[in-house]
Design a binder for this molecule. Structure first.
Ligand SMILES: *Cc1c(COP(=O)(O)O)cnc(C)c1O
Ligand SMILES: [Zn+2]
Length: 408
């Protein structure tokens, strides 16, 4: 399994042994997992594996003993060549959708939550939990159910009701906070630390973020280890974007790919909660928190993103762009993706597709580039968000003449 060399401070590089720690005691910087990588790992190592879950990349995941893996056995998700959508956007020949809406709990959060809950089991923690904008609640709760660990979810009370029902069904204790995600986050942090609970995206963050790297590994393997030109990534806290970049760097370190200097990263945020894109556009290194996020893309409604400044750094490193789209553009993008590619996503996926459309129209992405657009959550959780754009149904009597008249 993955052999962890150390946890290393992202700011001052101080190293820590890989225990239940998450913040540098010198400078309060976040800690990242670094590995002792065996030098005999090649692309065949992964290609030859029969394990179709993201644990096929276990050498670079932070769990030491296989017996501690807590998995819902979701398969590698589809990388769909999107020629219909590409045509609609103006003749894109190399557009792919990474369809992560089909994970076991229907969002990409099964990746980081699965890794963190496995690590919680490995560290013998008595309970797990999370602060959630919706999807992490279910991902953590479902894995906790499989591990038979108690799970505490802290989330804003006004989430989509399907996301709440789903998390409750898995047996989570749901603390519905009358406030924002940032309020829920602060509560989860204090309660996690004082009780020794593994709050997957707070005090287990070094391990948690590792799961999302597999979004880089899978895409690389699915593209036969060729590096795409452009990645479009929806951004809330920024953890996923940062982790995908780390994934590409680790494949470089392994020598499995040789050059990522042409890779460009697009950070996609919703208007109404786009603090990172605002900083990017103002050419500032400082992310100014949004106090009252206001967007239909609730999974991205994080006013004070934990990895905000690191996303800005990644955009500089990868010649990237930050862009935002309005609620209306999000809804239209959801329907465009559904009608061209048969993929039904929630607003977060509408944000990636909407931003892609905008950047193509603004000629900021070339039409012949190899583009991967990450679609991270499922539309079935958020049907209320697009109802007003759908045709209304007029019920009809089961009469052949009446129905025939409707078909014309
Ligand atoms: C959480 C979430 C994101 C954002 O991930 P971060 O790591 O917070 O940036 C994107 N899409 C969906 C569907 C999510 O649930
Ligand atoms: Zn430090």
């Amino acid at each position: 399994m993955g052999i962890i060399k150390a946890l290393k401070c992202r700011e001052c590089n101080k190293e820590y042994s890989p225990t239940f720690v998450y913040i540098c005691e010198e400078c309060f910087g976040p800690l990242d997992v670094i590995y002792k990588l065996a030098n005999n790992i090649t692309k065949q190592t992964f290609e030859n594996r029969s394990d179709l879950t993201y644990w096929r990349y276990f050498e670079i995941l932070p769990v030491e003993h296989k017996k501690n893996i807590v998995s819902l056995n979701g398969s590698i998700t589809p990388l769909q060549k999107a020629d219909n959508l590409g045509n609609r956007l103006g003749g894109l020949k190399n557009l792919y959708i990474k369809n992560d809406s089909v994970n076991p709990t229907f969002s990409f959060k099964d990746r980081p939550a699965g890794v963190a809950v496995s690590k919680a089991k490995e560290m013998n923690l008595p309970a797990v939990g999370c602060a959630s904008t919706g999807n992490l609640a279910s991902a953590t709760a479902a894995h906790a159910s499989k591990a038979q660990l108690p799970c505490y979810v802290f989330a804003p009370f006004d989430l989509e009701h399907v996301k709440i029902a789903q998390a409750l069904s898995y047996g989570a204790k749901f603390i519905a906070v009358e406030g924002t995600y940032d309020d829920a986050n602060r509560l989860a942090s204090v309660i996690g630390d004082s009780n020794g609970y593994g709050i997957v995206n707070i005090n287990m963050r070094p391990y948690y973020v590792e799961g999302s790297k597999t979004l880089a590994f899978e895409v690389l393997e699915q593209l036969n280890w060729t590096v795409p030109d452009v990645l479009v990534i929806p951004v809330g806290s920024g953890a996923m974007l940062n982790s995908i970049c780390k994934g590409f760097e680790e494949m470089m370190d392994l020598g499995i790919i040789s050059d990522i200097s042409n890779l460009r990263i697009i950070a996609a945020q919703p208007h109404g909660c786009a603090p990172i894109v605002d900083a990017y556009k103002n050419k500032s290194n400082e992310v100014i928190p949004v106090e009252r996020p206001d967007t239909i893309a609730k999974s991205l409604a994080i006013g004070d993103p934990g990895d905000g400044s690191y996303v800005l750094k990644r955009l500089r490193q990868f010649n990237g762009i930050g862009e935002e789209v309005s609620n209306d553009e999000i809804k239209r993008a959801i329907l465009l993706l559904a009608k061209t590619e048969g993929i039904f996503t929630e607003p977060a996926g509408g944000v990636s597709v909407g931003v892609l459309k905008k950047l193509i129209e603004d000629n900021k992405i070339d039409r012949d580039e190899k583009i991967v657009c990450y679609v991270t959550g499922n539309g079935l959780k958020t049907t209320e968000s697009i109802l007003d754009l759908l045709p209304t149904l007029n019920p009809v009597k089961p009469n052949i003449q009446l129905v025939s008249a409707m078909i014309q």
